[in-house]
Design a binder for this molecule. Sequence first.
Ligand code: 6GU
Length: 248
Amino acid sequence: MHSQSTPVPFGPTLRFDIVTLFPEIFSGYLTQSLLAKAIEKGLVEIHVHNLRDWSVDLKHHKVDDRPYGGGPGMLICVEPVMRCVEAVVAMDPRPATVILLTPQGERLGQPRVEQLAPLGRLILLCGRYEGFDHRVIELLNPLELSIGDFVLNGGEVAAMVVVDSTIRMIPGVLGDEQSSWDDSFSRGNRLLEFPQYTRPVEFRGLKVPEVLTSGDHGRIAQWRAEQSEMRTRERRKDLLESKPSAAD
Ligand code: 6GU
């Protein structure tokens, strides 16, 4: 609908450094079409780092240990994380924002996504096990983000959610035929999308609403607005009631 012109950037507009114990998880995602194209166009740069490479245990490359005070599970130790983050920061002169993916974090929403996109450089720390030694948080003061009220086995899937949602905000990443402009939740839009149809005009007795084939653009726009509003009222009343936040 709203076409964006493709800028000619001097360098990548957004660099991600992902710190994880499972770097292989990202390989399929990184070669996925939209992201691969953004990387190819030079708009996005993604570097995946294996936390184990910064282990202080030369023999077993151990990076976790049992919590003081007891309790189940293991924690990621502060030393390898600090060694890794300090090395990664030094790899590029641009200032970096450190994000820690954790169910204890702020729940990610579109306003936050839109704030992240222009920051230029994001370091994403993926937790595993019971999480990190708390001194990681004290020393790095990261932005702690969660992707919802459920528990994942680690931060990797959440990191992909951050990358995926953020790169859509970079001009030129979506083709001219696509746009994030009128997405649900974008730029203060708090309505769900209206239903859409394509050919054939009838399938198993189900017809495309007549208004959509009428050619009357005024009626079409009105019908779509009504559908969006009705859907939002039925499925997500909270969106109509909540005030836009400061980040909107
Ligand atoms: Cl960021 N991490 C984990 N482990 N679980 C989550 C999450 C993150 N967000 C929602 N659940």
